[in-house]
Write a new protein. Structure first.
Length: 164
């Protein structure tokens, strides 16, 4: 009974998702470039130093630690966030407008998801190890999103300047 079902599933268009490249994969490649990392660390250092009133040494350690965690976990989570977007609501939007995967709305969503994933991961590190008063509902979290938008934005712009 299962063999005919598997055979029929091979001819459904949803099978094609296994061979799709989506914007989050391209963005992730650029997030690991030396200049995107440098921009992110430089800007976030000043945000963290200011908002948590840390010494330069502790702010540098906090920024490096948080970014190391977000880099390692982001290798998996940013592409997963991108594929989650592609499955829903991206596939519905793409179908409605007759768009492909690489459309302006998906790029905006990819940018926002990249910032959000990094900010949440880094926020957990700051809350657990460096600033117990850090709250995800606070304005500090919004500023953390802004700080991450510089490195994610630089990586995204680089894809237009020099495509993969």
């Amino acid at each position: 009974m299962r063999k005919p079902l598997v055979f029929i599933l091979c001819f459904l268009p949803t099978i094609a998702y296994a061979n799709v490249v989506w914007p989050a994969l391209y963005l992730e490649m650029r997030l690991f470039s030396w200049w995107a990392i440098g921009i992110g660390l430089s800007i976030e250092f000043f945000f963290i130093k200011y908002f948590f009133s840390l010494s330069q040494k502790k702010a540098a350690i906090a920024t490096l630690s948080a970014n190391a965690v977000s880099s390692i976990a982001g290798i998996i989570l940013i592409p997963l966030a991108g594929i989650a977007w592609e499955l829903f609501p991206g596939s519905v939007i793409n179908w409605s407008f007759g768009w492909g995967t690489f459309n302006p709305l998906t790029w905006v969503a990819t940018f926002f998801l990249g910032c959000l994933v990094n900010a949440v991961l880094e926020g957990v590190v700051y809350k657990k190890w460096f600033a117990p008063e850090f709250r995800f509902k606070s304005k500090v979290f919004l500023w953390l999103l802004v700080a991450n938008s510089f490195s994610v934005g630089a990586a995204l712009v680089s894809l237009w300047v020099k495509p993969v």
